[in-house]
Design a protein around this ligand. Structure first.
Ligand SMILES: [Zn+2]
Length: 166
């Protein structure tokens, strides 16, 4: 097993659950390829699909390799992208109203009417997601990913933020 233990730690000290420190988690979506949208966040539910290969066989006639798996990993995680921006799609004649998260937070502090408008639009879009929204992009990459949807004249973008619990 792994010899990369921290100084002073022997293998007997390790509570070795499935996979333990011996693999890098291989995250895949649980059940579906899109996140849950709620409370101004896009939340991905993922599980690790890693399994230990204990043996492999080659079928020479079909030129295929079969694997026999041992332990599997049972880790799951919830990963959160926060609302990064809201854009009101006003058409070409007028400049679009674009608010980043800082703008939205300032509107909230100012108790501005526009804040309520934005929040209502977000909630409606999140409730309509996914079937009744236009999905512009869903990219679950933890660092570079984003979720962009359009609904009822608004575009909302979610991205990885400081609340990522990794
Ligand atoms: Zn894993």
């Amino acid at each position: 097993m792994s010899q990369n233990l921290p100084p002073g730690v022997s293998p007997a000290d390790i509570d070795r659950h499935f996979g333990g420190p011996t693999h890098e988690h291989e995250w895949e979506p649980v059940e579906r390829d899109y996140p849950i949208l709620e409370d101004m966040a896009a939340i991905f539910h993922e599980r690790c699909v890693w399994a230990e290969v204990v043996n492999s066989y080659t079928d020479r006639q079909r030129d295929e390799v079969y694997y026999e798996y041992g332990r599997e990993c049972d880790e799951t995680r919830w990963r959160r992208f926060d609302l990064a921006y809201a854009t009101e799609l006003t058409g070409d004649e007028y400049p679009e109203l674009q608010l980043d998260r800082g703008d939205i937070n300032r509107l909230e502090e100012q108790d501005a009417e526009l804040f309520d408008t934005i929040v209502e639009a977000v909630i409606e879009a999140e409730q309509a997601f996914p079937n009744e929204t236009e999905i512009v992009e869903i990219d679950a990459d933890p660092e570079q990913g984003q979720v962009v949807i359009r609904h009822d004249g608004f575009e909302f973008g979610y991205g990885p933020g400081v609340t990522d619990d990794e």
